[in-house]
Design a protein around this ligand. Structure first.
Ligand code: HEM
Length: 393
């Protein structure tokens, strides 16, 4: 389906330009059609985003999950299935992300962040994405899935290369590294089938133990679920850590405030997650003709729920482009809404708060030393942030 174009997706962007475009769209065309990337509606207002995500009977996830569409041969649960098909996979993961489990992760994550960040500080800086944020989330997921040390070492390299290929849209390398990730996931499943671990401790053994009407989950879906986890869990933290670093370099007063008062880190993190929301292109497809934001969305049309925009919606967040620590319980859409809302958000928050804390504690005087390289749809954020810094004395 095509419609008259309401806006053009820019070929070149910088750190601020997407926010300027989305502000303009929210102002006079909050549900806007673009012909690029296969054609899609950009849904930019907070309320419309929440409606699309919660009205899953009208806006299905089973056709296209991101803009631009990535051709996938596999259905990867839970994200690619509408309720109730997604539920067994989602529940199997959620039990490992309860508040009690997350508490146990805190010291592990603090040590992991230090292991990856201290060399960067000692070197006086570098590219915080290539040298730090591309590898850290993968190390965490390797730990989360209890990979054996040799598999963990391999996935740290394969995962980082996959992440870079994906974000730079190097499709040849991407296919190759994607296959390697599938192989690691397949070996993990085989290993747990041969030597099951305690399903209370091991996510893959738990997925294998799930029964729906007496039947095990299909192998290919378990593999897809694992692969889904590896994908969504590594991408957003990578670019978002880059965005945090850019913000602190641009605003030394905010950096100094966190150094002086680390208790502000959790609320500062929420504000940064609002300002620099890393996903803008998660997608749904209309299952019928439906009116949204004054437009007639036709059955079969893809829609991108632009979280990066919804979190700066002036109807929900006064003074939306400013960093303010006095917002009262801000209603963020950073982690989505509805049946697919990110189950990893508590773990992500612990990881990112620890990163922000260690940046505040271990560095002084962050300076940008080169141009930023930006990612593209479906993400938002930098892929390269060259920094110089002074280690804290
Ligand atoms: C800054 C970090 C992160 C952000 C902003 C983020 C954001 C999101 C969003 C917006 C969704 C919903 C997508 C949709 O509705 O189409 C999602 C889904 C998901 N996320 Fe995250 N995520 C982050 C980190 C993580 C981490 C660390 C994990 C793993 C521990 C994770 C695991 C998942 C999974 C498995 C789904 C699919 C859930 C489902 O379909 O039921 N995410 N994430």
């Amino acid at each position: 389906m095509t419609h008259p174009a309401d806006f053009t997706v820019p070929e070149v962007e910088d750190f601020d330009s997407p926010h300027a475009l989305f502000a303009e769209l929210r102002g006079h065309c909050p549900v806007a059609w673009a012909d690029e990337m296969g054609g899609f509606w950009a849904v930019t207002k907070h309320a419309d985003i929440c409606r699309v995500l919660t009205e899953w009977q009208t806006f299905t996830t089973t056709v296209q999950n991101v803009v631009p569409r990535v051709a996938t041969t596999q259905r990867r649960p839970p994200l690619h299935l509408d309720p109730p098909g997604n539920i067994p996979y989602r529940n199997a993961i959620l039990r490992f992300l309860s508040p009690r489990r997350i508490e146990d992760w805190k010291p592990v994550i603090a040590a992991m962040v230090a292991e990856h960040f201290d060399p960067f500080v000692a070197a006086g800086g570098g590219d915080i994405c290539a040298d730090f944020s591309f590898t850290l989330p993968i190390a965490l997921l390797a730990e989360f899935f209890r990979l054996a040390p040799d598999e963990a070492a391999e996935i740290r390299i394969v995962g980082a290369e996959f992440n870079m290929a994906l974000q730079r849209q190097d499709f040849d390398l991407l296919r190759e590294r994607s296959d390697a990730l599938y192989n690691i996931a397949a070996r993990l499943i085989e290993d747990r089938k041969a030597s099951p671990q305690d399903p209370d401790l091991d996510p893959v053994s738990n997925l294998l133990a799930v029964r729906v009407d007496g039947a095990a989950l299909p192998d290919d879906k378990i593999l897809g679920a694992l692969r889904q986890f590896l994908l969504v869990g590594i991408i957003a933290p990578t670019t978002f850590i880059g965005s945090m670093a850019v913000h602190l370099a641009r605003h030394p007063e905010h950096h100094a405030e966190l150094t002086a008062n680390p208790a502000l880190v959790p609320v500062a993190l929420e504000e940064l997650l609002r300002l620099y929301t890393p996903y803008r292109g998660f997608a749904r497809t209309a299952t019928r003709d439906v009116e949204l934001g004054g437009k007639l969305v036709k059955e079969g049309d893809p829609l991108a729920v632009v979280f990066t925009s919804g979190n700066r919606d002036e109807d929900v967040f006064p003074d939306p482009h400013s960093y303010r620590l006095d917002r009262d319980a801000p209603d963020l859409v950073t982690f989505g809404r509805g049946p697919h809302m990110c189950p990893g958000s508590p773990l992500a928050r612990v990881l990112l708060a620890e990163v922000l804390l260690q940046i505040a504690q271990k560095t002084r005087d962050l300076r940008l030393t080169g141009p930023l390289e930006m990612t593209r749809w479906p993400e938002y954020g930098p892929l390269a942030v060259h920094l110089a810094l002074t280690p804290a004395g």
